[in-house]
Design a binder for this molecule. Structure first.
Ligand code: ADP
Ligand code: MG
Ligand code: MG
Length: 964
């Protein structure tokens, strides 16, 4: 797309024809679009007005968009440019995200340099066939290249009007681990002269050539960039130059010669001069990069299957480095950190794309408002190129309307003319995602269901964590950019590997780097937060941190990092490796030491979105809580009851553990009853508090579950305290402790087995529950309906035994107090036998709660406490896709859940079904529970909003499926 300054008559003519053609094409597309809009309006008018549900709209829209034609058989290359394209946005599986959107932008009539996309199927075929291309590829690439040549009016490798291209990777999902883009491909000793003549700018031509040699050698030939930097630095030193911009055409010529000599020495053969060799070399490198370590790591972290493959985009170059009316930039149509409806981005004058991301020069702001806010003196694009900026804003608006989502855009301006190089749905923080979704509902761009469907439930985690207490004193040692919100405290580390090692030992670490690169991804993932000394809000660190949901402060210019000495300094303060700092990614502050944090609130847009989710979901969401603080948090986060209250946690308090030990260690019923009588009022008080906080919401209380030895005395002082209470000798107590030891306690004397050997324990707990329920109900609180849950049941006889006793206690308490409350007695389903015999168990049990932690353990025969030893290997080998203790094993454990649900309901129609394992807060497990027809999920308080959202999405996708 080089627009030559001094054109020959012939080329002028060519260029003119091309632009006329482009204009006609744009007009044609405009007509097409108008027609399509008309048709859409007509179709809308025909639709019945009353809609059954919000999701319907969403379904209709998506269905219309996804009527993609079956990929043409044998078609390996798709062209785009000049107001039309063979591909479309919904073909991203085949064309990759970049290729599909370049095609879509061409179809929209936006200015896109022409090019073509080699499909992901070629990549898959390449790996399936011993790294050989399909035979038809060569011909199709040549034909597509010829089309580009025609559109641009230049020829690849030509000695007068050379076509230059970029070669860009592009998978279905954006993947920072992939090959770097090669720009200016097609330059050699001959074409560089032509480019110089044609542009009338010798310096530009040679600058482009040296960039190309460096990039191509680094990315394709494996000659590291440090070799090139060394040569450049040496040249600058010799001539007394400071900046790259000081170098003249002659300097670049000399440097190019030195580069070529060095490459030849390194590789034993010269830098490729044949432009076709260059092209195929770059295409091959993209395919190779699909299997490089960075890409493999990235895929593993993001659950991207290797079978997807990457596409390759070859595209005519446009030049942002053609002087001061040229620039290159990146932009978001809304603020990706806050979601505000402000254009957001950076640009660099007289530069090529890679300069922005690389952080070599500090980019300038796009808008004047942003510049003023940042206190920057360098003009914004809005000020320096007002006309082009207007064109850009036009494009922003067009793209947002079309994609109905916030876009992340890359563009280049060549001598005043705007060119679009990329668009995609922009990565954003959870906070921004919510604000954008809610705003777009208000703007009538999307429906409420779409808004709910767009938020990644797991990402809410970012909003549900504490932030530094604004009232607490903070020692701010440096300020950078608020690149990814949230705050984190941790020990300082400077290397990604170290971050990973320390995190694996359970330490919170903050990864501090001058800047990050894709090699650091594993360390960024392991860290609680990321701090960089250099780089803008679109630097690698910022983009990746936002994607991972890690707090990040970038470009903290006041910090000097000394990797060799394992320390950093900010003014006169030195922070060594291992020292604790806090970073606040919402303010950009770097704070010395640990900060007290405050609890997050669920209000504003977040609250509104959650209320939409609540309207859509069918699953109820409860919480696992036993302390008043946890219960209060969960209520604030919208829980609808307690699904699991573990009573044993209430035994560990310092003031009651001795009584608990007395109970366990006494060798007769009387001794146990005496000790239990001491525990009863404390336990009753626990329940009174919980019932009050839950204000009428159901509360499921599990009777004592763990093996008793967990409570036993450890120190001599412990033993003496128990000896005093029981009147037994320390020696006798030690003897008794020995007797209680088990080889395999997880499968030993625990759960209802305790209740069967020591019924008085369960009777005391039941009494505490019913007395508390009566007390709260009589005290004017909302009526309490406790659900008493018996753990680890395998047979009907066990639950029969227990229920009889619980009922008897209930009757006794009601009689004593002269007041009845409703209650249920049910069981956990956490043993395969219980799941299989669910029909008869449900004759007695009034509810089931799936204890999926133990059910996973007992179904797979994998010890929860020991699985860490080999789980990594299982995941790496692909035996498990996800850790079954994190995300429910739907095929195996899930089948038992389904069987139990079905058989249980066959004998008791209104059997209440819930899940209370860790899985209750895992979005994909929540989806499973919805499909399995459970009534509720129960999860830790901080996961309640995540489960609410995931439950709504499950309902939405079910509705979509039923309407499709
Ligand atoms: P990434 O996926 O890493 O963003 P891209 O393929 O988008 O890689 O390329 C990186 C940058 O290279 C782009 O932002 C753009 O500025 C520049 N670039 C790519 N292709 C071209 C082209 N044909 N003309 C000019 N610049 C280009
Ligand atoms: Mg890009
Ligand atoms: Mg259990």
């Amino acid at each position: 797309m080089a627009k030559p300054k001094q054109k020959k008559a012939k080329t002028k003519l060519k260029a003119k024809t091309a632009s006329t053609r482009a204009k006609t094409a744009v007009r044609k597309t405009a007509v097409k679009v108008k027609k399509a809009v008309k048709a859409k309006k007509a179709a809308k008018a025909r639709k019945p007005v009353a809609k059954k549900s919000v999701t319907k709209k969403l379904v209709a829209k998506k269905a219309a968009a996804s009527k993609a034609p079956a990929p043409i058989k044998g078609k390996l290359v798709y062209s785009f440019g000049d107001g039309k394209a063979e591909g479309r946005a919904d073909m991203r599986e085949l064309l990759g995200g970049k290729g599909a959107n370049l095609a879509e932008m061409s179809n929209l009539g936006l200015p896109v340099p022409p090019g073509f996309t080699i499909t992901t199927e070629v990549c898959t075929a390449y790996y399936d066939n011993g790294k050989k291309y399909p035979p038809a590829l060569k011909g199709q690439v040549e034909a597509a290249l010829a089309t580009v040549e025609k559109l641009v009016g230049a020829k690849f490798g030509d000695s007068t009007m050379p076509l230059l291209v970029s070669v860009r990777s592009g998978a279905r999902a954006s993947m920072p681990g992939m090959m770097d883009t090669v720009l200016n491909l097609g330059l050699n000793d001959v074409t560089v002269e032509a480019l110089a003549r044609q542009s009338g700018n010798e310096r530009f031509a040679w600058d482009s050539y040296r960039r190309f040699i460096q990039m191509y050698s680094d990315v394709v030939l494996g000659v590291g960039h440090e070799h090139f930097e060394e040569i450049l630095e040496m040249h600058k030193e010799e001539r007394g130059f400071n900046l790259d911009t000081d170098l003249k055409a002659e300097d670049w010529k000399e440097i190019v010669a030195a580069y070529k000599k060095m490459v030849e020495k390194e590789l034993g053969k010269p830098f490729p001069q044949d432009v076709h060799d260059q092209l195929w070399g770059a295409i091959g490198a993209v395919f190779q990069s699909w299997m490089n370590q960075r890409a493999i790591t990235y895929r593993a972290l993001n659950n991207i299957p290797a079978s997807w493959g990457t596409a390759v985009n070859v595209q005519a170059m446009v030049f942002g480095n053609m002087g001061d009316t040229s620039c290159t930039g990146v932009a978001f149509t809304r603020d990706p950190a806050t979601g505000e409806k402000n254009y957001y981005g950076e640009y660099l004058i007289n530069a090529q794309g890679e300069d922005v991301v690389a952080g070599i020069r500090t980019p300038q702001q796009l808008t004047k408002a942003a510049r003023l806010k940042a206190g920057n003196d360098l003009p914004s694009m809005e000020e320096s190129m007002p006309e082009t900026f207007k064109q850009l804003v036009n494009v922003f608006q067009k793209l947002e309307k079309h994609y109905r989502d916030m876009q992340d855009i890359e563009f280049t301006v060549q001598q005043g003319k705007l060119w679009m190089l990329q668009t995609r749905s922009g990565k954003r923080t959870a906070k921004a995602a919510i604000k954008i979704a809610v705003d777009m509902v208000k703007e009538k761009l999307i429906s409420q269901a779409e808004a709910v469907d767009r938020i990644d439930p797991a990402s809410l985690d970012q909003l549900l964590h504490p932030t530094p207490d604004p009232k607490a004193p903070r020692k701010v040692i440096a300020k950078g950019l608020a690149a990814s919100p949230g705050a984190a405290s941790g020990k300082v580390v400077f290397q990604a590997d170290e971050a990973e090692q320390m995190a694996s030992k359970g330490e919170a670490v903050i990864l501090c780097r001058v800047e990050t690169s894709p090699e650091d991804i594993h360390g960024m993932h392991a860290a609680k937060g990321i701090l960089t000394a250099r780089g803008g809000t679109t630097s690698h660190a910022a983009v990746v941190a936002r994607g991972m949901g890690r707090p990040c402060v970038s470009g903290a210019g006041g910090i000097r990092i000394d990797y060799a000495a394992n320390k950093m300094t900010a003014g006169d303060i030195t922070v060594n490796k291992g020292d604790v700092i806090t970073i606040d990614g919402s303010t950009g502050e770097v704070i010395l030491g640990l900060m007290p944090m405050i609890e997050p609130q669920l209000s504003g847009d977040f609250g509104l979105l959650m209320s939409w989710a609540d309207k859509l979901r069918k699953l109820k969401v409860r919480t696992n809580a036993e302390t008043p603080a946890d219960a209060e948090t969960a209520v604030r986060f919208g829980c609808e009851g307690i699904g699991l209250c573990r009573t044993e946690h209430m035994f560990f308090d310092a003031d009651r553990i001795t009584a608990v030990r007395e109970m366990i260690l006494s060798d007769n019923v009387e001794g146990r009853r005496k000790a239990l009588a001491k525990i009863l009022p404390m336990q009753r008080n626990d329940f009174v508090q919980l019932f009050k906080i839950m204000a009428g919401r159901p509360v499921t209380i599990r009777l004592l579950d763990p093996p008793l030895h967990e409570f036993l005395p450890k120190t001599d002082a412990d033993f003496e305290a128990v000896a005093k209470g029981t009147g037994l000798s320390v020696a006798a107590l030690k003897e008794r402790k020995k007797a209680l030891e088990e080889t395999n306690p997880m499968l030993g004397h625990r759960g209802c087995r305790l209740g069967i050997t020591y019924p008085e324990i369960y009777e005391m707990q039941a009494r505490a529950i019913f007395e508390a329920a009566v007390e709260v109900t009589q005290g004017g609180g909302k009526p309490v309906e406790p659900e008493v849950m018996i753990p680890l049941v395998a047979t009907k006889a066990e639950i029969d035994f227990m229920k009889k006793r619980v009922d008897a206690v209930a009757q006794a308490v009601f009689k004593e107090k002269g007041k009845k409350v409703k209650y249920l007695v049910g069981t956990m389903i956490e043993l395969p036998r219980a799941a299989l015999r669910a029909a008869e168990i449900a004759e007695t049990a009034e509810f089931f709660s799936f204890g999926t932690n133990d059910l996973t353990q007992t179904t797979l025969g994998i010890s929860r406490d020991d699985s860490a030893l080999f789980m990594e290997d299982y995941l790496k080998a692909g035996i498990f896709d996800r850790d079954p203790f994190v995300s429910i094993d739907q095929a195996g454990v899930g089948e038992l859940v389904k069987i139990a649900a079905e058989r249980g309901r066959s004998s008791r129609k209104d059997l209440k079904l819930g899940i209370c394992g860790e899985h209750g807060g895992d979005p994909s497990s929540v989806r499973f529970c919805h499909k399995a027809g459970l009534d509720y999920v129960s999860c830790s308080p901080y996961r309640v909003p995540i489960a609410r959202l995931a439950a709504a999405q499950a309902a939405i996708s079910e509705e979509k499926a039923s309407e499709a």
